[in-house]
Design a binder for this molecule. Structure first.
Ligand SMILES: Cc1cc2nc3c(=O)[nH]c(=O)nc-3n(C[C@H](O)[C@H](O)[C@H](O)COP(=O)(O)OP(=O)(O)OC[C@H]3O[C@@H](n4cnc5c(N)ncnc54)[C@H](O)[C@@H]3O)c2cc1C
Length: 386
């Protein structure tokens, strides 16, 4: 079965694909998103939405919905082992978003999906798996499965927003350079029994990093570095490590989610090939410590929408525009990966010496704390690239 051609097909309706589709429709293009899942993945991943993304949402006209559902993280308290060594406030960040908004990723995806459906009720096709595509001179034809049948659809441009194992990237044989880091973590959401209120807390502990973030619904997420990868962590296991390292008890506290993750860094060697672009985790995977992968994906999506808008208006410029998108976004992805790497390195056992303590103490005091807050909130990455 085949349907009428559209301007753009997006493979993958995660946070990046859903956002990109909305931005393209707002520019007047027809767009279809193929998503193999029947609903957002409830497995908890990202929680941090940075001010740069809230500014994008504001321009797109839906920041309000995020602000209603999310919790504003106003700052972060830094500990060296159990000793409090400083606080980083986000008040110094440019107005109006002087905080990081905490919202579980599935809720973020639900807001983006509802927004997309309100712009075009047919734009998102769920339970539709991309199986194949051919990339011709001025069009792309995709084959996907839906309701046990194969369908085809043609567009001028295909964007791969299909995550780290991207079918689109693999089909184009674009190398994904990188490797896993040795670091592993377990994470759990518990009722908040701390006095940190709307602050995050980061413990640079000799036995391994502990991070703690407030979540909506009076919950708090604990992220704990472990020696080895624990496939199915229990809440008691996490509580024991927290108590042992920092003396905070989670015993008897309600737990609503447990998971574990290893970390890796990968970067696609190119973010385009002919009529196909890549954005989000399909193009780059960062360490989640520092929480920037999804936000970086939205910045890609904004640049991608701008690029596509220009390319459709002036098809003769498309190769140059796509090449520029690829070059600029790769450069920014490398910068963000470096920042994520520093965050992770700070949480390692080998950085727990007295000299490092002095350095970290300086980092969390003015004027360095303001600079650090800007880096942490993804400032200075250059939103506009043309
Ligand atoms: C533990 C953890 C914590 C994190 N915390 C943060 C954070 O706080 N802040 C932050 O910015 N980032 C964070 N991240 C990273 C963030 O989760 C990812 O960067 C983000 O999900 C990338 O979005 P995406 O849309 O590019 O890809 P994905 O979320 O992977 O979505 C891709 C979509 O494509 C679909 N798909 C795949 N193949 C096909 C196909 N063939 N056909 C149709 N559909 C397909 C998938 O079903 C999926 O829905 C975290 C990650 C982890 C693991």
């Amino acid at each position: 079965m085949s349907s009428s051609p559209v301007d753009i097909i997006i493979a993958g309706g995660g946070p990046v694909g859903l956002y990109l589709a909305g931005r393209l429709i707002q520019r007047g293009f027809t767009c279809r998103v193929l998503e193999k899942r029947n609903e957002p993945d409830r497995h908890s991943k990202s929680l941090g939405i940075h001010p740069v993304s809230l500014e994008l949402f504001d321009e797109a006209g839906f920041a309000e919905q995020f602000l209603e559902e999310g919790l504003k993280i106003k700052g972060g308290i830094a500990f060296w082992n159990r000793e409090k060594i400083g606080t980083i406030r986000f008040d110094d960040c440019p107005p109006p978003y002087r905080y990081i908004l905490a919202l579980p990723q599935w809720k973020t995806e639900t807001i983006l999906e509802n927004r997309l459906r309100s712009l075009d009720e047919h734009a998102l096709i769920r339970e539709a798996e991309l199986l194949d595509f051919t990339n011709g001179d001025d069009s792309v034809t995709v084959t996907f499965s839906k309701d046990g049948k194969q369908h085809s659809l043609t567009s001028s441009i295909l964007v791969g927003c299909d995550g780290k194992n991207s079918f689109v990237r693999n089909h184009l044989n674009i190398p994904f350079d990188g490797s896993p880091y040795p670091d592993c973590y377990i994470m759990g959401d518990f009722s908040d029994n701390t006095s940190f209120e709307t602050n995050a807390a980061v413990y640079l502990h000799r036995d391994g990093l502990i991070e703690s973030f407030p979540l909506p619904g009076k919950l708090r997420r604990w992220v704990v570095k472990t020696e080895t990868y624990i496939e199915k962590p229990g809440s008691g296991q996490l509580a024991a490590l927290v108590e042992q390292r920092i003396g905070h008890s989670l015993s008897g506290i309600k737990n609503v989610m447990m998971s574990s993750f290893g970390v890796q860094h990968f970067l696609a060697r190119s973010f385009h090939s002919d009529n196909v672009l890549l954005a989000g985790d399909a193009a780059h995977v960062l360490s989640p410590i520092g929480g920037q992968g999804m936000n970086l994906g939205w910045l890609d999506a904004e640049a991608c929408a701008e690029t596509i808008g220009r390319a459709i208006k002036s098809p003769e410029d498309q190769p140059k525009l796509f090449q520029k998108y690829s070059g600029e976004r790769r450069k920014i992805a490398r910068q963000v990966a470096k920042r994520a790497e520093i965050n992770m390195w700070l949480g390692r056992r080998e950085t727990s010496g007295p000299l490092m303590k002095k350095v970290v103490k300086l980092m969390v005091k003015k004027p360095f704390s303001s600079l650090f807050a800007r880096i942490f909130t993804m400032r200075g990455l250059g939103r506009w690239w043309i």
